[in-house]
Design a protein around this ligand. Structure first.
Ligand code: FE2
Length: 324
C-alpha cells in the first residue's frame, strides 16, 4: 500500500497498491492513520464492489446508508439495470443539486456523519466531480480576534434551511424523512474527537447563531466559509475516472458536488458512516430541541418571503446545466 500526499495542498492523499477486499489489520491501521492525518483519501481506479464499500465503511462505524445510488441522477437496480435519468424537478435532484453548496454530511440529524465515500461508476465528460475544503488549516489561519469571537458560538443545522436558502426549494416537512422540523445546534469550532485538532464546523446547513442577529449570523457564517475556500491550497477538486473511490472525514472537511449536464448519467455509489456519540447533538424529544425547531420555523417563514425570485430551477439548477 502506497500513500502519497496530494501536491500543493494542505490535505489529502492518494492511496495505491491496495485492495479494499483483502485489507489486513496492519494495512487498516495505516489507512486509518492516513485518513485522520490527511482528511481525505483518493483510491484511483480501485473499482470497489458494493460489498467492499460496505465492509470498509463498517470498519469505521455504523452505516447511515450502504452502497446506494441515491446520490446519482439515475438508479442502479440490484440486477445492475438502470432506471431513467431523474427529472430535474424531482425532489431527489433538488437534493443532489443543493449539495453543490459546501457542506458536511448529516449535520441536520441528531448524530452528524463521521465519514463518507463515493465510488464512481459513470461520470459525464464535463463536471460531476467532488470538491473538498480543509477547515482545519482554515481555522488555523484565522486571526486571533476572529478565533476569540467564534470560540463559544454555535449554529443550528437544517437541510430544510439549506434547501430553501441555496436553491429556493421547500420540501414538504415529514418527520420520518431528512426533511423534518428539527434543527440541531453544533459548535462553530469543532475539536476533532480523534486528533484534537480544531476546525470550522460550518457549511450550507448552518444558520441562526444564538446571540447574534440574523444578519450578523449570516454574514459571519458566509465570511468564515469564504475565508476557508479563499486559499487554493485548502481546496481540492476531484474529477472522477470510473472506478475511483473518494473517502473523506466529515469531522474535519467540507465538500460539495460539482455541477454537470443533468441530462447525462452521473452514477456514484455512496456509503455514509454515522457519527458516534461525539457527533451527537440531542434528540427531538429532548427539551433543548424546542429552540432549534422554533429557529427553523422562523427562518423558513422569512426565506419563503425572500426567495420568490430565486425558486428552484430559476437559479442554481439552470445555471449549473448551462455551464456545459
Ligand atoms: Fe455530501
Amino acid at each position: 500500500m502506497k500513500i502519497t500526499p496530494v501536491k500543493n495542498k494542505t490535505f489529502g492523499a492518494v492511496v495505491t497498491d491496495v485492495k479494499l477486499g483483502g485489507l489486513s489489520d496492519n494495512e487498516f491501521v495505516a489507512m486509518e492513520a492516513a485518513f485522520l492525518e490527511y482528511g481525505f483519501l483518493v483510491f484511483p481506479e480501485l473499482f470497489p464492489s458494493n460489498e467492499d464499500c460496505i465492509a470498509f465503511g463498517k470498519r469505521f462505524g455504523e452505516l447511515e446508508f450502504a452502497a446506494t445510488s441515491v446520490l446519482s441522477n439515475q438508479d442502479v437496480n440490484d440486477d445492475g439495470s438502470r432506471g431513467e435519468i431523474l427529472d430535474i424537478d424531482s425532489q431527489r435532484m433538488r437534493m443532489i443539486i443543493g449539495n453543490e453548496a459546501w457542506h458536511t454530511d448529516s449535520t441536520y440529524k441528531p448524530h452528524s456523519s463521521k465519514c463518507a465515500m463515493l465510488a464512481a461508476v459513470e461520470i459525464p465528460e464535463h463536471g460531476g466531480g467532488t470538491a473538498l475544503a480543509d477547515t482545519r488549516s482554515g481555522y488555523a489561519a484565522l486571526d486571533q480576534a476572529t478565533k476569540k469571537r467564534i470560540a463559544d458560538l454555535s449554529a443550528y443545522h437544517s437541510n430544510r434551511y439549506s434547501q430553501a436558502n441555496d436553491v429556493g426549494d421547500f420540501p414538504v416537512e415529514q418527520a420520518d424523512t431528512i426533511y423534518h422540523g428539527e434543527a440541531y445546534l453544533r459548535p462553530l469550532v469543532k475539536v476533532h474527537p480523534q486528533t484534537g485538532i480544531k476546525n470550522l464546523f460550518i457549511g450550507r446547513h448552518a444558520f441562526a447563531i444564538p446571540g447574534l442577529t440574523r444578519d450578523e449570523s449570516g454574514a459571519l457564517l458566509r465570511s468564515l466559509l469564504d475565508f476557508v475556500v479563499s486559499d487554493e491550497a485548502r481546496v481540492y477538486e476531484h474529477s472522477y475516472r470510473p472506478g475511483d473511490l473518494l473517502f473523506w472525514d466529515n469531522r474535519s472537511l467540507l465538500h460539495c458536488a460539482l455541477p454537470y449536464d443533468y441530462s447525462k448519467s452521473r452514477i456514484v455509489i455512496g456509503t455514509r458512516v454515522a457519527g458516534d456519540e461525539t457527533e451527537f447533538a440531542y434528540n427531538p424529544s429532548d427539551p433543548e430541541a424546542e429552540a432549534g425547531r422554533q429557529a427553523l420555523a422562523d427562518e423558513l417563514v422569512l426565506l419563503h418571503q425572500e426567495t420568490t425570485d430565486r425558486r428552484y430551477k430559476a437559479t442554481t439548477a439552470s445555471s449549473g446545466a448551462a455551464a456545459f
